[in-house]
Structure formats: structure tokens, C-alpha cells
Design a protein around this ligand. Structure first.
Ligand code: PDD
Length: 286
């Protein structure tokens, strides 16, 4: 069965959906996106994703083509139309297709922004990565300076994943000025003496929606949290490590640059946080 996707007001079979070759998302990576996970056919933390989307749009002076309530309705329609029980909804808004290629932003009154959305069905709870943990390498963070805006400029993260694959591991943690920023598509954490350490928010990292939820739940569960930079050396000497994102929830990291953490299996803090996060998010899903 062909997937039903959403393009600028229409629900269409995926092979009939079209975006102009002049679309600025395609020509300039002039677009923002969100990935919202689905459990039991319901959206996890839609409000968080909608709030970050509005912020990303605002930072780039880009118009939202629909209201956040309409966006929620489209998310729900797509989940229903495609019978998604577990997986995610991808959303992308670009500055639209101007008449010609021009670096200058087009007048939004004449060039409406483009909105596309699609679903991906995928088992998220019973993932192999959650059971065994993932291995990462460290790479230089050479991305642009506004990583707090969730733009579709994902070439370097994609290259990072390929570097990891070539090294025989699962992902890469990026390092800038001697400290870890984040994973290629997730936020990075270490645990030492029971304390959860993760980089503080700023323009250097994406403000993960899962990160915010997990840190809140950790604090509510009386776990100690410290938001500060850490080096790869400190990470290698940690008791455990993990990553968070909408599509992986909390996933343990068991090795960094070939150095096993603890006994090389998922640690207790990461396992517990994953459980708490999935339980709580399920209860609050829309
Ligand atoms: N990536 N950092 C980066 C660079 C990311 O791309 C992501 C998410 C995160 C985690 O954010 P959140 O918890 O809101 O998903 C952190 C998504 C899942 C992706 O690109 O597929």
C-alpha cells in the first residue's frame, strides 16, 4: 500500500506528491523540520515539538503556513491514514519556491512557505540498540553556529554517520573546542558516580525535546543532573553514557572511540531513564 503524505494542503499517495525544483529547501537548505515519535498510534510530546518549530521559524523569519492546532490535526490525520502504531511523523517547512534562484529571501506575501509531512512506521520500543547499547566515535564538530535552530542542513551529520559506519560503529559524538557538543542526531550524556552530565543549552546544540523531558523526569526521580560541557576523555572514564532523541528515546552508549564504558553493557541509569521516559510519555501522548 502506498503511503499517504501531506503537501501544502493536500493528502496524496507518496508517488503523486510534488515540490518545485525552485523550492528553497532544495536549493539553499532554507528550511526547518521536526520529528515527532508515535507510540500506540499517539503523538509523543507534540507540544514540545510545536514550540520548538515556532522558535526555529521565528529565528529564521520564516512564516508558518498553518497554525499549530492545524499542524496537530494533520499529524493525527497522517497517523490514522497510514495506520501508524509505532514510528514517527516527519515535518518540513521551507521558505517556498520563488520565481528564480536568488540568495535574497523572497517576499512571503508572494512566495508561500512549503509544508510537507510524512510518516515512517518503525519499531521504537523493541530496538536492538536499546538492548545492546551503541558504540560511538568522536569527530570534529564543523557545523554552522546556530545548531539551536532545527534546520534541514544535515549534510555533516550525515557524513558523521558515514564516518561511524566506516569505523564499524553506530554513531559519532561531535567535539568542538575540546568538549562534546552532541551526537549526529541526538543529545549526548555521561553518568559518573550516579550523576547525569550533559552539555548546557546554547547555540552550539539542538535543544532536544527528549532532552528536556528526560532531565525533568530524572530530577523528579531524585537523580542528580549537571548541565555543563565534558571532554571525550571524561566520557571515556565515565561509568556509563547515553543519547536521547525523538526516534531513539534514551539509548545507552557502551563504547567511545573503542573504549568500553563500565562492563561494556547498557548501564542502570540509562536503562531506568529509558523505562521512565517511555512510561511517562505514553501516558501523556496525544
Ligand atoms: N534528530 N541533536 C541533534 C543534532 C538532532 O538532530 C536531534 C534530533 C537531537 C534530539 O532532539 P529531539 O529530542 O528533539 O529529537 C539532538 C532527529 C530525531 C532527526 O534528525 O531525525
Amino acid at each position: 500500500m502506498s503511503r499517504i503524505v501531506y503537501v501544502n494542503g493536500e493528502y496524496l499517495p507518496e508517488d503523486q506528491a510534488r515540490v518545485s525544483i525552485f523550492d528553497r529547501g532544495f536549493l539553499f537548505a532554507d528550511g526547518v523540520y521536526e520529528v515527532t515519535s508515535v507510540l500506540d498510534g499517539k503523538l509523543i510530546d507534540f507540544q514540545g515539538h510545536a514550540a520548538r518549530l515556532e522558535r526555529s521559524l521565528g529565528e529564521l523569519d520564516m512564516a508558518a503556513p498553518v497554525t499549530m492546532d492545524e499542524l496537530l490535526a494533520i499529524h493525527r490525520d497522517l497517523v490514522k491514514l497510514n495506520n501508524v502504531e509505532e514510528g514517527m511523523v516527519y515535518l518540513q517547512i521551507t521558505r517556498g519556491a520563488a520565481a528564480d534562484r536568488d540568495f535574497v529571501f523572497p517576499d512571503p506575501a508572494a512566495t508561500p512557505s512549503t509544508l510537507v509531512m510524512f510518516t515512517q512506521s518503525k519499531g521504537l520500543i523493541d530496538s536492538a540498540a536499546a538492548k545492546t547499547g551503541i558504540k560511538v566515535i568522536s569527530i570534529d564538530d564543523i557545523r554552522w553556529g546556530r545548531r539551536d535552530i532545527k534546520t534541514v542542513q544535515l549534510l555533516y551529520p550525515s557524513m558523521g554517520k558515514m564516518m561511524a559506519k566506516k569505523a564499524g560503529v553506530d554513531d559519532a559524538w561531535m567535539v568542538e573546542d575540546g568538549v562534546v557538543t552532541e551526537g549526529t542526531s541526538n543529545n549526548a550524556y555521561i553518568v559518573k558516580g550516579g550523576k547525569i552530565i550533559t552539555r548546557h543549552l546554547g547555540t552550539e546544540i539542538l535543544h532536544g525535546i527528549t532532552r528536556a523531558a528526560v532531565l525533568k523526569m530524572a530530577r523528579e526521580s531524585q537523580m542528580e543532573v549537571e548541565e555543563r560541557p565534558f571532554t571525550i576523555e571524561e566520557a571515556k572514564a565515565a561509568d556509563e553514557a547515553f543519547v536521547t532523541s525523538a526516534s531513539t528515546f534514551v539509548t545507552p552508549v557502551v563504547a567511545i572511540d573503542g573504549v568500553a564504558l563500565g562492563d561494556g553493557t547498557p548501564g542502570p541509569v540509562a536503562r531506568r531513564l529509558r523505562e521512565i521516559y517511555i512510561d511517562e510519555s505514553r501516558k501523556a501522548a496525544l
